[in-house]
Design a binder for this molecule. Structure first.
Ligand code: AMP
Length: 287
């Protein structure tokens, strides 16, 4: 497995691969890898003849009061895991390599970024669209793999890809969960034992909404009330949102839309967790 720290070397390798194969996949990550990340990698390795991953904790998507400084960094074991999955190359730039001094060009995210996360993390998606646009240029892939776990992020990037004509085939892969239902996240390692138990309220609330939907509930307010009650009963009091929206454009309606997705963002101590569940199609909806 090749490891590149410099943009030019990574780009050269990607161009060579693009000439040699039909499909070259890219899996972007911020490291501290877990089975969720590896599921994207495995999908790319199955689908494409060559796969590149990247590990970069992108400062422009963190607000000053967020966890950039303490974000977990486990490069050595990350590289071992990626090699074990059959990744061909990894791009691991440092911040100076990605952002020259005086950097001031940003990609304005699409409208779908303004809702939900956009309300609570105002500059977050601008950092995401900017870094992914840069990485699409540095790592000119044919396919890119993102997780359903960060559902709004995947929507934002699909819009950007379409509207700015990157021409990348974007695949959104299912959320990988621990056996008890907790969605895997690099941030789970911040949780104490007690907080981890309380974090299970997220998937409980989502599953309850799915069950209510399955048995005919179509009032968005009723589903949202139900989710908040589960979260609060589970000891989660700081809830950024617990909502049901249209899975296409993330808009909210008093009657549940035809393609409903429930999304939650909530805090456990200093850790902010997000999770979501499609109410109509997700296999977990009936679990
Ligand atoms: P991150 O390193 O958190 O930026 O995540 C990198 C990619 O992995 C993103 O596309 C995430 O949506 C995806 N991802 C993170 N957690 C999971 C999970 N539990 N299941 C599937 N994909 C995930």
């Amino acid at each position: 497995m090749q490891v590149f720290k410099e943009k030019e070397a990574a780009r050269r390798w990607m161009f060579q691969q693009r000439c040699a194969v039909d499909a070259i996949g890219w899996v972007p990550t911020m490291g501290a890898l877990h089975e969720g990340h590896l599921s994207l990698v495995r999908r790319s390795v199955r689908r494409c003849q060559a796969t590149a991953a990247s590990i970069f904790v992108n400062p422009t998507q963190f607000a000053p009061d967020e966890d950039l400084a303490r974000y977990p960094r486990t490069l050595e074991s990350d590289l071992e895991m990626l090699a074990g999955c059959g990744v061909d190359a990894v791009f691991v730039p440092d911040t100076e390599e990605m952002y020259s001094s005086g950097f001031s060009t940003y990609v304005q995210p699409p409208k779908v970024a303004l809702r939900l996360e956009g309300k609570h993390r105002p500059d977050h998606f601008r950092g995401v669209t900017t870094v992914v646009a840069k990485l699409f240029h540095v790592l000119p892939c044919t396919h890119a793999f993102f997780g359903h776990k960060d559902y709004q992020q995947a929507c934002v990037l699909e819009h950007m890809n379409r509207e700015l004509d990157f021409g990348v085939d974007i695949e959104v892969c299912p959320t990988v969960r621990d056996a008890d239902g907790l969605a895997l996240s690099s941030r789970n390692r911040y949780l104490s034992g007690d907080q981890r138990s309380r974090a299970l309220s997220l998937i409980r609330a989502l599953r309850q909404a799915a069950e209510q939907y399955r048995t005919g509930e179509r009032s968005t307010a009723a589903l949202e009330r139900g989710m908040r009650a589960v979260l609060q009963a589970g000891g989660i009091n700081r809830i950024d949102y617990a909502t049901v929206v249209d899975a296409d454009n993330l808009t909210s309606h008093s009657t549940v839309p035809e393609q409903p997705i429930a999304l939650i963002a909530a805090h456990l101590g200093g850790t902010r967790l997000i999770d979501n569940l499609r109410l109509d199609t997700d296999s977990l909806a009936t679990a």
